[in-house]
Design a protein around this ligand. Structure first.
Ligand SMILES: Nc1ncnc2c1ncn2[C@@H]1O[C@H](COP(=O)(O)OP(=O)(O)OP(=O)(O)O)[C@@H](O)[C@H]1O
Length: 748
C-alpha cells in the first residue's frame, strides 16, 4: 500500500522498482488496470517499470534488458500489444476464486498500535528515590551519601564555629575559640577538595558508568525480547530516546539531585534550623512568610512548566519523532521523491518553534532564580533595618559580627526552605524519565522464555521434520481478527511444500507461527511429536532455518555473515559456498575507505606538507579481502538482492537444519537466480522438509505438494498434478500464468 504514495505526486515520469514482485495476481491485476494501463491513473505518463515479471512485457512500449550491468536488448513492442489483455488479467484474478471485490482489510501497523505505551507514574519523590536506589545498588549510593553527609556536616560545623566566634564578646574565650577554629578550618580546607574529588570519582565510576551500562543492557534485552507486533509498533525514536535521554538523565543527573535532595537539602535544613534556634530564635518568625512565599512560587512553577512541556511534547517532540523515523527508514526515498526541501523546511519550522518554547521554559526557570536573588536582598535589608532600629531607638547594641552572622543565617534559612519546597531539584521531568524507563523495562510484555529447563528437546530434534498444524489460530492482537483461522494440515518428513495464496492470505504469518514470533491464539503446531509451545524459544528457533524476502546481511566478512559464531571449519564454509555457486563473487575485493580518525594533538603541530602526506596515507587505507575475508558492506549494499539471497541460502545450507522455510525468498531475483536456488534446494536439502512461499508459480511447480491459502485457511492442499486436475484455485492460477507467458512470447 505504501508504494502508492508516489501516485499523489502527480509526476510526469514514474520509476517503479520491482513494484509487483510481492503481490498476488489479483492485486497485480488491480495495479495494472487501475494504475499502469493506458487508461490507468498514470497511464498517460512516462512509466519505467523495473521487473523480473516477463509476462508484463506486453504492457510496455519498449523493453530494455540488462546483462552484467549492460543494456543488451532494446525492443519495441507492437502498438497492438501495448496493453495487457483483459483475458490475461481476468484469468490471473480467478486465482482468488472469487469475483467479489472484497479487499482484505489491512490496517497499518501504526493504526493498530497507535496507542502509546501507558507509563506507570511513580507516585512521589520518596518512591522515585527508592526506585533509583534499587536500580543503582544500595552499596554505592550508601558510600556516596556517606561522603556527602560527612562533608556537609564538616562545613556546617565550621559555620557554627564561625558564628559563635563572631558573636563571642568575651576576649579570653575568643582567643581560645579562634585557635580551635583555625585548626579545624585548616584541616577541613585541606581535606575538603580531596574528599570532593573522591566522591566525584566514586559517583562517576562506580555509579554513573555502571548504571549506564546496566540500563543500556536492559534496553537492548527489552528490544530483543519484546513480542514482534509490539516492537513493530514502536517508533524508532522512542527506543533511541530511551537509549539517550532516559539513560543520561537517570545515570548522570539523578545521582547529583539525589545528593542535593538527601544531603544538601534536608540535612542542611535540619542543621540550619538547629543553628537558628541556638543563636537567633527570633529569626524563626521569618519561616512562616518565607515558606508561604516559596510555596506560591513553587506552585506557579509546577503549574506553568508542565503545561509548556505538554505543548512541547505534542507540538514538537511527537512530530520530531516522526521526522526522525522518516530519516532513519526512508533516507533514499526522500531524495527519490525530491522531498528533501520540504522535509528540511518543516524540520526548520519545528526547530524554531522548539526554540521559542525552550526560551519560554528558560524564562520560567530564570524567574525563580530572579525571585531568589530579590528575596535575598530583601532579607538582608530587612535585618539591617531591624538592627539599626534596635540600636538607635531601643538602644540594644549590635556588633558587626553579630549582624553578619544573623544575615547569613537568615539567608541560609531562606535557601533551605526554598530547597525543601522545590524538592532539591528533583523535577517532575526527572521523575518522569525514571517512570518511563521503569515502565518500559518492567511493564512491557516479553516473549516466552528462551529455554524451558524441564521441557528441552533432544539436541537431534527434529529428526524427521514432520510438521502438523492442529486447529491453529493466530491473531496479531486480541482485538484484531485472526489471520490464521482453524488451520489444520500435515507436512510429512522431507516433503517439499509450495505455499501460494493472495496477498494477505496469511502465508508469512505461517512462518511467524512456526517460529513463534507471534504466539498461538488457540490450537497447536507439532514438530516431530513435540508441541512447539511447550519448549523454549531458543530450542525452537535454533532448529529451523528461514530465508526471508529481505535477506539480512550485515557489515563484516562473508565468513562472519555465514558463520557468525565461527563453529564451522573453512572447508565446510567453502563447501556451502561452492554448492550455492557464489565462489566467483568472493574473488572481487571490496574496497572501503577506513573512517578518518582525527588526531587533535598532532593536527595542531603538523605542517601543511605533513598533513597532506598523512591524508594521502589515510586515503590509501582500504579494507580489502577476497574469499572468506570478502568484506560485506552495511546491509549487504555491495551485493545485488539476488546475490544476497544466494548468500542467505548458503548460510542455511551451512547450518543444515531439518526444516527450511523460504518466505518469498526469490520474489526479487531473476529467473536464473531463482533456478539456481531451486536446484540447490533440490540437491542439498533433499533430506529436509522445505516450505516455499512464492507468488511465482514456477518456483513451487515441482514441489511434492502445494498448499493454497485463502483468508487464513487452507483452500487446497495436494500434489501439483492433482490440483491441476481439478478446477480450483491452483489450476486457475497456473492457467493465468501460462496465458501471460504466451502473451509475452507473441510480443517477441
Ligand atoms: N505485524 C502485523 N500486525 C498486525 N497484522 C498483521 C501483521 N502482519 C501481517 N498482518 C496481517 O495479517 C494478514 C496476513 O498477512 P501475511 O503477511 O501473513 O499475508 P501474506 O499472505 O504473506 O501476504 P503477502 O503475500 O503480501 O506477503 C494481513 O491481513 C495483515 O494485515
Amino acid at each position: 500500500m505504501l508504494k502508492f504514495r508516489a501516485l499523489y505526486l502527480r509526476a510526469d515520469i514514474y520509476v517503479l522498482d520491482d513494484l509487483l514482485s510481492a503481490v498476488d495476481p489479483h492485486v497485480e491485476r488491480h495495479i495494472v488496470e487501475r494504475v499502469l494501463a493506458a487508461d490507468g491513473i498514470i497511464g498517460q505518463k512516462t512509466r519505467i517499470l523495473v521487473t523480473h515479471a516477463e509476462h508484463l512485457v506486453p504492457l510496455s512500449d519498449t523493453v530494455i534488458t540488462f546483462v552484467d550491468g549492460k543494456m543488451s536488448v532494446v525492443r519495441q513492442t507492437p502498438l497492438a500489444l501495448r496493453t495487457v489483455s483483459s483475458a490475461t488479467l481476468d484469468s490471473k484474478e480467478s486465482m482468488s476464486g472469487s469475483d467479489s471485490d472484497t479487499v482484505n482489510q489491512e490496517p497499518g501497523v501504526a493504526d493498530m498500535y497507535a496507542k502509546p505505551l501507558e507509563y506507570r507514574k511513580i507516585a512521589g519523590i520518596l518512591s522515585a528515590i527508592w526506585r533509583f536506589i534499587q536500580l543503582s545498588g544500595y552499596g554505592t549510593v550508601a558510600i556516596i551519601l556517606g561522603i556527602q553527609i560527612a562533608q556537609t556536616s564538616a562545613l556546617h560545623y565550621m559555620q557554627s564555629l564561625q558564628i559563635s566566634l563572631m558573636t563571642d564578646s568575651d576576649p579570653a574565650t575568643m582567643v581560645q575559640s579562634l585557635k580551635y577554629y583555625l585548626l579545624v578550618n585548616t584541616f577541613v580546607t585541606i581535606t575538603h577538595r580531596q574528599i570532593y574529588r573522591l566522591e566525584e570519582w566514586i559517583r562517576r565510576n562506580l555509579l554513573t558508568t555502571r548504571l549506564e551500562y546496566k540500563m543500556r543492557k536492559q534496553i537492548r534485552q527489552l528490544v530483543l525480547s519484546m513480542p514482534l507486533p509490539l516492537l513493530e509498533s514502536l517508533p524508532y525514536s522512542t527506543m533511541s530516546d530511551l537509549h539517550n535521554q532516559c539513560v543520561s538523565s537517570i545515570s548522570q543527573s539523578f545521582p547529583m539531585v539525589l545528593c542535593a535532595f538527601m544531603v544538601g537539602n534536608n540535612l542542611s535544613a535540619v542543621s540550619t534550623i538547629a543553628q537558628v534556634i541556638k543563636t537567633s530564635p527570633s529569626l524563626l518568625v521569618m519561616c512562616v512568610p518565607l515558606a508561604a512565599l516559596n510555596y506560591a512560587i513553587e506552585r506557579w512553577h509546577k503549574d506553568t512548566l508542565p503545561k509548556l512541556y505538554d505543548v512541547r511534547r505534542e507540538a514538537i517532540d511527537r512530530p520530531q519523532e516522526r521526522f526522525n523515523d522518516v530519516l532513519e527508514c526512508n533516507r533514499p526515498l526522500l531524495r527519490i521523491h525530491d522531498m528533501t526541501d520540504i522535509y528540511l523546511d518543516r524540520l526548520c519550522q519545528l526547530k524554531s518553534m522548539g526554540l521559542s518554547l525552550e526560551l519560554s521554559e528558560d524564562a520560567v526557570r530564570e524567574s525563580r532564580s530572579l525571585m531568589t536573588t530579590l528575596f535575598t536582598e530583601v532579607i538582608e535589608t530587612a535585618i539591617l533595618v531591624l538592627k539599626l532600629y534596635l540600636r538607635l531607638f531601643v538602644s540594644i547594641p549590635v556588633s558587626p559580627g553579630e549582624l553578619d552572622a544573623e544575615t547569613d543565617l537568615a539567608i541560609g534559612l531562606y535557601h533551605r526552605i526554598s530547597g525543601l519546597l522545590s524538592q532539591g531539584g528533583i523535577s517532575d521531568d526527572c521523575i518522569g524519565q525514571l517512570s518511563r524507563y521503569i515502565s518500559h523495562t518492567e511493564d512491557t510484555p516479553r516473549e516466552q522464555p528462551r529455554v524451558v529447563a524441564d521441557s528441552r528437546p533432544l539436541p537431534t530434534w527434529p529428526e524427521t521434520g514432520d510438521i502438523e498444524f492442529r486447529q491453529y489460530r493466530l491473531r496479531y492482537r486480541p482485538d484484531l481478527d485472526p489471520v490464521l483461522n482453524e488451520l489444520s494440515f500435515v507436512v510429512r518428513s522431507k516433503e517439499k511444500i509450495g505455499i501460494v495464496g493472495r496477498t494477505g492470505a496469511g502465508k508469512s504469518s505461517l512462518t511467524y507461527a512456526l517460529m513463534r514470533l507471534v504466539e498461538a491464539d488457540s490450537g497447536s503446531i507439532i514438530i516431530d511429536g513435540i508441541g512447539i509451545s511447550t519448549i523454549g524459544l531458543h530450542d525452537l528457533r535454533s532448529r529451523i532455518s528461514i530465508i526471508p524476502q529481505d535477506p539480512s546481511l550485515f557489515e563484516g566478512t562473508i565468513r562472519d555473515n555465514l558463520d557468525p559464531t565461527h563453529q564451522y571449519t573453512d572447508d565446510e564454509v567453502w563447501a556451502a559456498i561452492n554448492a550455492c555457486q557464489i565462489a566467483d563473487l568472493l574473488d572481487i575485493p571490496t574496497k572501503v575507505r577506513k573512517p578518518k580518525i582525527k588526531n587533535p594533538d598532532k593536527s595542531d603541530t603538523m605542517s601543511k606538507e605533513e598533513s597532506k602526506q598523512s591524508s594521502k596515507i589515510r586515503k590509501r587505507h582500504w579494507i580489502e579481502g577476497t574469499g572468506l575475508d570478502k568484506w560485506v558492506k552495511r546491509k549487504g549494499s555491495n551485493f545485488s538482492v539476488g546475490q544476497q539471497q544466494l548468500v542467505s541460502l548458503c548460510r542455511a545450507l551451512l547450518w543444515r537444519r531439518k526444516i527450511l522455510v523460504l518466505d518469498e525468498a526469490t520474489a526479487n531475483v531473476d529467473t536464473k537466480t531463482d533456478q539456481v536456488m531451486q536446484s540447490v534446494i533440490r540437491q542439498e536439502f533433499k533430506d529436509c522438509t522445505v516450505l516455499t512461499i512464492a507468488h511465482r508459480i514456477n518456483t513451487i511447480m515441482d514441489s511434492d505438494r502445494v498448499l493454497v491459502m485463502d483468508q487464513g485457511k487452507v483452500a487446497e492442499f495436494d500434489t501439483p498434478a492433482n490440483l491441476l486436475a481439478r478446477d480450483g484455485h491452483f489450476k486457475r492460477l497456473v492457467e493465468s500464468m501460462n496465458l501471460s507467458k504466451k502473451q509475452g512470447q507473441t510480443t517477441e
